[in-house]
Design a protein around this ligand. Structure first.
Ligand code: ADP
Length: 499
């Protein structure tokens, strides 16, 4: 097996640095002096070490964020914040080659995915939010408090930044997850303490430097790398934090909510998913087959929006299943830096064992394994894209979020629409979903019935900076992206002036 292409000199130099914490605009060593290793999931080898911050470092970062919030950042005009965010987008483009390599090495994703994220999604996202600071407005209110008559009182609302934000992000898409919290926080005038996932801390560290280069004042963006149970838990519980923006598992989301009760800080959550993909017999199969394969296998299925439950009309079932299996079998597994690879590794050996456990359960419970189902013999934490047919609602891999490349297919007939709609909603999650048909009535009828934060027709996971994104039920609280994505970072003050 040929070794993966070697990263650029700039990337190698960055990896070799003894990474510290970024607090108050300076690189500082973690107070307890602890460090942890960062691995390349494509080889299983150690590529860097990072600082393991804990509660005392979080204290320092929150203090820096508070000082910046009440100090220099509060003096920025809306237009000045816009320009800083726009400049950050420019810098991401300028340093794209390095960010792409870091994201691939940290997370394992194929080059094409990281290229899209760094060259398109991230600059577009920051530029979208760069437009907002000058458009965040309150309202004048026709209020008549305490018997005042018109002309005797003026009532209006102020939209103010919520304050110091703790952002806790996962490893499955490190840069996008950071971006969706950083951009609205900067746009609204908040400051942040960012705790990236311990498995993927690298791009967050590089982004801290780019923020500074873009003109973000010291202390506005602080990065404390470290573990969830220590640094993350300290941030979630911190009395000096006004809001937690969290993306991760539903299980940890619950811990965050509990930790936040001390000072009743605001919490927004983007959690797990188990999204349905519903294919009618009139759908355009040339689009359905690659679309459904991508819906499940994108990011090796380590994607909260992954379309992991496929419901196909019985008339086209065999053709769709065989088409997806053909794609799955032909996907080239490989290290993300190899431009030929289409499918990367899972994030860790532990994650691979979890996925393997779900596949074993699927087999045991009577699912028909159409393709995949095991780990190829090669370095790195790879697992084959896997398709199970003849699944049913009560099977373990159908009920649980696997966060791996495992598609569970079920079929339905003309009389089963009620059942499909019911089963589509029969998990604790409600994040995403898609409906594939040429019949607009059928499409919209099913869209109305799926209880998810976003549902697409003839496409899956239609992500755009302007489009609100978030989950219903146990998939989350609140929305990110778009205008709604500003709301969790703002508070409203009602002001009445009598004269
Ligand atoms: P995943 O399973 O996708 O890794 P997690 O929900 O475990 O997702 O982790 C997402 C983020 O939450 C990571 O940054 C992790 O360090 C952090 N985290 C894990 N446990 C806690 C906790 N108890 N309190 C706060 N943050 C945590």
């Amino acid at each position: 097996m040929t070794p993966p292409p070697s990263p650029s000199t700039a990337t190698r130099a960055f990896l070799a640095r003894p990474h510290a914490l970024y607090i108050g605009g300076r690189w500082v060593a973690p107070l307890a002096g602890r460090r942890f290793d960062v691995f390349d999931p494509g080889t299983g080898e150690r590529i860097a070490t990072a600082a393991a911050g804990d509660a005392a470092d979080i204290d320092a970062a929150v203090a820096a964020a508070r000082a910046a919030f009440t100090g220099p950042w509060s003096k920025f005009t809306a237009g000045e914040r816009s320009r800083v965010i726009w400049k950050l987008a420019d810098l991401i483009e300028q340093h794209a080659a390095e960010l792409i390599e870091l994201e691939v090495l940290d997370n394992g994703q194929p080059l094409a995915v990281a290229q899209h994220v760094v060259r398109n999604l991230a600059p577009e996202f920051f530029r979208y939010y760069a437009g907002w600071p000058t458009k965040i407005e309150g309202a004048t209110i026709p209020a008549a408090p305490q018997g005042r008559r018109p002309g005797e009182v003026l009532s209006f609302t102020l939209r103010e930044p919520i304050g110091v934000v703790g952002a806790i992000t996962p490893w499955n898409a490190p840069l996008p997850m950071l971006m969706v919290k950083l951009a609205p926080a900067l746009a609204t005038g908040c400051t942040l303490v960012l705790k990236p996932a311990e498995l993927t801390p690298l791009t967050a560290l590089r982004m801290a430097e780019l923020c500074s280069e873009a003109g973000v004042p010291d202390g506005v963006v602080n990065v404390v790398t470290g573990f969830g149970e220590t640094a993350g838990a300290a941030l979630a519980a911190h009395p000096g934090v006004d809001k937690i923006a969290f993306t991760g598992s539903t299980e940890v989301g619950r811990l965050i909510v509990k930790a936040a009760t001390g000072n009743l800080k605001k919490v927004s959550l983007e959690l797990g998913g188990k999204s349905p993909v519903i294919v009618f017999d009139d759908a355009v199969l040339e689009q359905v087959i690659p679309g459904a394969a991508r819906a499940c296998f994108f990011l090796q299925g380590q994607n909260c929006m992954a379309g992991t439950r496929l419901y196909v009309h019985e008339k086209v079932h065999d053709q769709v299943v065989e088409g997806i299996a053909t794609i799955a079998r032909s996907m080239q597994l490989g290290h993300g830096l190899d431009p030929a690879s289409q499918f990367g590794p899972l994030i860790s050996a532990e994650q691979r064992e979890r996925v393997r456990g779900y596949v074993e359960a699927g087999r045991r419970e009577g699912g028909e394994l159409v393709c995949g189902g095991s780990a190829p013999a090669r370095p790195g934490w790879f697992f084959q894209p896997t398709v199970f047919a003849r699944m049913s609602a009560d099977m373990t891999p159908v009920k649980n979020e696997i966060f791996g490349p495992v598609l569970c297919v079920q079929s339905f007939g003309d009389d089963d629409l009620e059942r499909v709609a019911r089963e589509a909603n029969a998990t604790i999650y409600g994040l995403s979903g898609s409906v594939w048909t040429r019949d607009i009535g059928r499409a919209l009828g099913m869209v109305r019935r799926i209880d998810s934060g976003q549902v697409s027709v003839n496409m899956h996971a239609a992500v755009d900076p302007a489009m609100p994104f978030g989950g219903n039920r146990q998939s989350g609280w609140g929305r990110e992206f778009g205008k709604e994505g500003l709301e969790p970072y703002l508070k409203t003050k009602g002001v009445s002036v009598a004269w």
